[in-house]
Write a protein that binds this ligand. Structure first.
Ligand code: PDD
Length: 288
């Protein structure tokens, strides 16, 4: 079945969606996006995603094409139009189509709004999660990494470099500090303390990151938001990478070094169970 997508007010088969080559998203990467998981047909932390989207739109001076109630309606219809119980919704807003190519903002342009959904695997067998290998690379991105911009060339190159080096994700290093992954946030366990870098312009304020922090607070897991030095990263008892699509991924190898004895660590096991419980509550409509 061809997935149903949304483009500028219309629902239609994904294969039939078309935009102009003069769209500034295409020409300049001039736009922002979100990825929202769906569990049991329910959108995960929709309010958080819409707030982050608003922050990204404000940062690049695009006015929000939809009111909150319209976002709810459109996204709910998109999810219902696609079959799977668990999905990943991708949405992007670009500055729109201009008459000529000019770096400066065009006058009177209407934003382009596109959304699509892909199925996600439903059940997670925690015991079958083997852990991933990561590679440290220098953070070559810009100074507004808190904006979820569609301009992802550095992230694309960094992720590919990690894969070429035999890993699955890059952990980005800036001024001697571990910042985040190419498409994920980073956590470490150091002397029993769970640590993630504080939000700011050098990293994306991840929605999964926020939930992990909330779960730590609610279950008395010692936690701190603090800078992580490269040395702390390499000496960590555990390293996790979090994102909407990969949830909480345990790192078992970093460059040539084995992490947490080459298997997912005990605090990860505790957190992933809390995370799965939370997902179950979302499915039942008891949490968001
Ligand atoms: N990326 N940091 C970066 C640079 C990211 O691209 C992402 C997610 C995250 C994690 O954010 P969240 O928990 O809200 O997914 C952190 C998405 C999944 C993507 O680009 O596909």
């Amino acid at each position: 079945m061809v997935p149903t997508a949304y483009l500028n007010g219309e629902f239609l088969p994904l294969s039939e969606t078309r935009i102009s080559v003069m769209d500034r998203g295409f020409l300049f990467g001039d736009g922002v996006y979100e990825v929202i998981p769906v569990y049991g047909g329910r959108l995960f932390r929709l309010e958080h995603h819409l707030k982050r989207l608003q922050n990204s739109l404000d940062a690049i001076r695009i006015s929000n094409p939809l009111a909150p109630a319209e976002w709810h309606l459109m996204l709910t219809k998109l999810v219902e139009s696609n079959d799977a119980e668990d999905q990943a919704v991708y949405l992007q807003v670009t500055r729109g189509v201009a008459e000529k190519r000019d770096h400066a903002f065009p006058a009177d342009v209407t934003p382009t709004l596109f959304a699509m959904s892909t199925p996600m695997a439903e059940s997670v067998d925690i015991d079958a999660i083997p852990g991933v290998s990561a590679v440290t690379l220098e953070d070559i991105r810009w100074n507004l990494c808190n904006v979820k911009a569609i301009t992802l060339l550095p992230n694309v190159l960094l992720r590919q470099q990690a894969i070429d080096d035999g890993g699955t994700e890059a952990i980005l290093i800036k001024n001697g500090l571990a910042i985040e992954g190419a498409a994920s946030n980073v956590f470490i366990v150091s002397n029993g303390l769970l640590i993630t870098p504080p939000n700011g312009p050098s990293l994306l304020p991840g929605i999964t990151r926020d939930l992990v922090i909330e779960l730590a607070a609610n279950h008395a897991i010692p936690f701190r938001e603090a800078d992580i030095t490269e040395q702390q990263l390499f000496n960590a008892e555990e390293i996790w990478l979090t994102s909407s699509t990969r949830e909480i991924s345990p790192v078992i190898q970093l460059n040539d070094r084995v992490i947490s004895a080459g298997k997912p660590g005990p605090l990860w096991r505790r957190m992933i169970n809390l995370y799965q419980d939370h997902k179950m509550a979302i499915r039942k409509g008891e949490a968001s």
